[in-house]
Design a protein around this ligand. Structure first.
Ligand code: NAD
Ligand code: ZN
Length: 375
């Protein structure tokens, strides 16, 4: 069933325990969705979950690919709908339609839809099959891989969740054509992160081909997605539950999460906060003598090249530090800080002091006025 001008998709496997989940990456894979599910005997009845925005762009195409699966379950767009209420709405639609253990949820969307629909799949009838069709770059390189699913609680982000490996992740770079530039860039910072933690080659290719990547030229974009997926799949296969190795994926996330929290998730797209977090982690590494200054400059140069970031000069350091401490409490009380030792390699350190972090935040340009008045 191959088309003359279409290359076979690249396959990457995530193997955890006894389960294998398959990632297929390639232009046009979303058009073959129905056949791919048939081949793999994934789910007799297919329930699509998406948002009105994404469905307007890609609904017809997906519906055709799946062979008219009926009405999609549409959840309102946005992080604030990543909650148990939306999950409840998915349950309701499934129950009314008589979905059984042999049914599959096909999540068509960004990380918000993937996480929400994925949590419904993990819990409905104690778990039914899940297929991801990620439509943002962030979802294609990050959130659709690794099996973490879940929703936010009014008191905190991602507090309710489960591990539920998808049977299939179908990654089609063509779906990114309609993605707003800022969302695209947000995902690109995670690609830079993969370069920083595991592949200088990926880092260099993004640096050398920024323009082609922004033009979403498949010849450049697709290999970058493939390599990112390989890195995440490899890490997750070795450490699904984040007992050690998986932490390296959190490079840039300690400070990044704190910046998102102090701005109530309104100022930054996730990747933008991570961009600052990576700059902070690189700065701290240079001060510790673990990373060469020219490596830090290469990172800073690339981040500048990718475009403007929201300002941080008004954010009070004590607030950011409080957010870091709260985050740390959630993760067993020790701050495992991932620092870069060169482009393509990291190490985890457990002895980062608050003074060190504050000094880094000062150099990053955050507001330290409040600290001085306190002293
Ligand atoms: N499960 C994990 O391991 C994991 C990892 C990283 C992030 N996440 C989660 O992912 C979420 C963020 O995901 P995101 O950045 O994809 O955001 P998102 O899902 O909110 O999507 C961003 C925006 O892009 C729009 N959009 C999506 N695809 C489009 C397309 N092809 N064309 C046009 N518009 C499109 C959406 O409607 C939305 O407005 C967060 O909730 C985060 O917690 C989860
Ligand atoms: Zn991230």
């Amino acid at each position: 069933m191959s088309h003359a001008n279409q290359q076979d998709p690249v396959r990457v496997d995530v193997t955890t325990g006894t389960q294998t989940s398959t990632i297929l990456i390639g232009e046009g894979v979303s058009a073959q969705l129905g056949a791919l599910l048939d081949d793999r005997h994934v789910g007799k009845r297919r329930f699509v979950v998406s948002t009105p925005t994404i469905w307007r762009f890609h609904g017809e195409h997906i519906q055709q690919a799946l062979g008219a699966p009926g009405e999609p379950i549409l959840i309102a767009d946005g992080e604030r709908f990543k909650n148990t209420q939306s999950v409840g709405r998915i349950y309701e639609a499934l129950i009314r339609a008589g979905a059984d253990r042999g049914s599959v949820i096909v999540a068509v969307g960004g990380g918000v839809i993937g996480d929400t629909a994925g949590f419904a799949a993990a819990t409905y009838l104690r778990g039914i099959s899940l297929v991801h069709v990620p439509t943002t770059l962030l979802a294609q390189v990050d959130s659709s891989i690794g099996g973490k699913v879940g929703v936010n609680h009014a008191l905190g982000k991602n507090l309710i969740g489960a591990f539920h490996q998808p049977a299939l992740v179908a990654i089609d770079p063509l779906l990114l054509r309609t993605l707003p530039r800022r969302e695209f860039r947000s995902g690109l910072y995670e690609v830079v992160k993969y370069g920083m933690i595991a592949s200088r080659d990926l880092f260099d290719r993004v640096t050398a081909n920024t323009k082609a990547i922004f033009a979403r030229d498949p010849a450049v974009l697709e290999p970058a997605i493939v390599e990112s997926c390989r890195i995440k799949a490899d890490v997750v296969s070795k450490d699904e539950r984040e007992s050690g190795l998986r932490r390296i994926l959190n490079f840039g996330h300690t400070i990044g999460h704190a910046l998102e929290a102090v701005t109530r998730y309104r100022r930054f797209r996730h990747g933008e906060a991570i961009a600052y977090g990576m700059l902070a982690a690189a700065d701290l590494a240079v001060v510790r003598g673990a990373l060469a200054e020219r490596e830090r400059q290469a990172l800073a140069g690339l981040i500048t090249r990718l475009g403007p970031l929201p300002p941080i000069g008004d954010l009070p350091i004590p607030d950011v530090m409080a957010a870091v401490r709260r985050d740390k409490k959630v993760v067993h009380g020790t701050l495992h800080f991932v620092i870069a030792i060169e482009i393509g390699a990291t190490m985890t350190v457990d002895d980062v002091t608050e003074e060190e972090l504050v000094a880094t935040l000062v150099r990053l340009g955050l507001s330290h006025a409040t600290i001085e008045t306190r002293m």
